[in-house]
Design a protein around this ligand. Structure first.
Ligand code: DX5
Ligand code: ZN
Length: 214
């Protein structure tokens, strides 16, 4: 299992120790949640903060844009050196074009689905994306309860990927812990995002390791 700890649950008054913890951990990525107060009812952090974080983080950056018109920010995300740029299906009228432009910028393209958006809507884009991020909570806040229907969606997505020429990875975001993580592994998840489960722990390294070895 790959693990992408979400910085949303870190100490915003002093990010350096939390990023150093990530650097020295077994995590595969650092997940960065950008919110605009329009697409989701919250505002997290923007490019000035991401720029500083990217300078000290040695893990690949997994950027999750919970914003309207995410295509306006492709070059800024590229300039961070991000590995993955995740855009919401619900925020892109011309998704095929956005995915192509993310690829042209040299990044992996991820498409994110809100809990009520069906996996079947991806059938005509699945071969073009590197990753699908399924929201297992309504986006905007950390520390929410996992929505069990995500397990069914994960299996449906795995079937869609297998029945096409897609090499897309399946990433899940929201309410991940060792219990939901184990069920998600069983359902076919490749990458688990975890915010409060990792940063809210006495021993974050242990939690990352636990998810990695599910
Ligand atoms: C929520 C964000 C998540 C969030 C997950 O909108 O996309 O990445 O940090 O937090 P937890 O793991 O606490 O549910
Ligand atoms: Zn996220």
């Amino acid at each position: 299992m790959e693990v992408s700890p979400s910085l949303l649950a870190a100490n915003f008054a002093n990010l350096t120790p939390d990023i150093e913890m990530i650097n020295s951990s077994e995590s595969d990525y650092l997940h960065l949640d950008v919110m605009d107060g329009v697409f989701v009812p919250n505002i997290s952090f923007g490019f000035p903060v991401l720029g500083s974080v990217s300078k000290i983080c040695r893990k690949p950056l997994d950027v999750h844009l919970m914003i309207v018109e995410p295509d306006k920010w492709i070059s800024q995300v590229r300039d961070l050196g991000a590995e993955i740029m995740n855009v919401h299906y619900e925020a892109c009228t011309h998704l095929h074009s956005v995915v192509s432009r993310i690829h042209q910028a040299g990044m992996k393209a991820g498409v994110t689905l809100n809990p009520a958006t069906p996996v079947s809507l991806l059938s005509d884009i699945i071969e073009d994306v590197d990753l699908v991020l399924l929201m297992s909570v309504n986006p905007g806040f950390g520390g929410q309860k996992f929505i069990p229907n995500t397990l069914k969606k994960t299996k449906e997505l795995l079937n869609l990927i297998k029945s096409s020429n897609s090499k897309a990875k399946i990433e899940i975001d929201g309410g991940v812990n060792e219990t939901t993580g184990a069920a998600l592994k069983e359902a076919g998840a490749d990458i688990l995002v975890a915010g409060s489960y990792v940063f809210g722990a006495q021993n974050p390294h242990e939690r990352i390791s636990l998810l990695k070895n599910l």
